[in-house]
Design a protein around this ligand. Sequence first.
Ligand code: GRF
Length: 215
Amino acid sequence: MPTKSRQSSGRFPALGVLCSGQGTNLQAILDAARTGRLRARVAVVISDRADAPALARAKRAGVPASFVDPKAYAGREAYDRALIERLERAGVRVVCLAGFMRMLSPRFIRHFRGRVLNIHPALLPAFPGAQAIHDALAWGAKVTGVTVHLADEQIDHGPIILQEAVPIAPGETQATLLAKLHRVEHRVYPQAIQTLLDGRAAVRGRRVGIRRAPR
Ligand code: GRF
């Protein structure tokens, strides 16, 4: 009989990942969990879009994945209640937003306060919003980057866990910059998740002190 992969092992804390699109960050989290770089397991993946390739990635990894249709709910609060219920049922400790294109309700944020991470393809507070890569290029910025932060009631706003700069080269296009940012995202998101799970992130207001991982 095949041995249980680390990813499917129940020993590690459960993650819930919310996605709307390609799910390359989800893939990075799944891969990191599979190889043991991230001591966590993805317990559930939820998408607000039926056609999100992220759902197929989750299924390929043997993770329960579902499309939860926003149109089936009366509004944001009702939709988020359905998300909370699914995440709780899966025993989720930390919620990872990975290209989830919906704003979460204050109720959702309250429920998982300090346990919702988001990844953004810019150095916040520069270039918040859904067009961050386009906006950085259009502004003529020479440097952009990646931010992983705790989600709060405002978009792309909560306390910052980790940031990494990415230079914008002359002649950079949206496609080349996206590829550079993705390489960084896929490396740092699992790292930030582990930091939070280890209790090594001390949040005081906007400031987050990070303790080093023990060797
Ligand atoms: C990422 O660039 C992330 O920073 C942003 O949405 C994008 C999602 O990409 N929040 P993917 O679906 O993980 O490929």
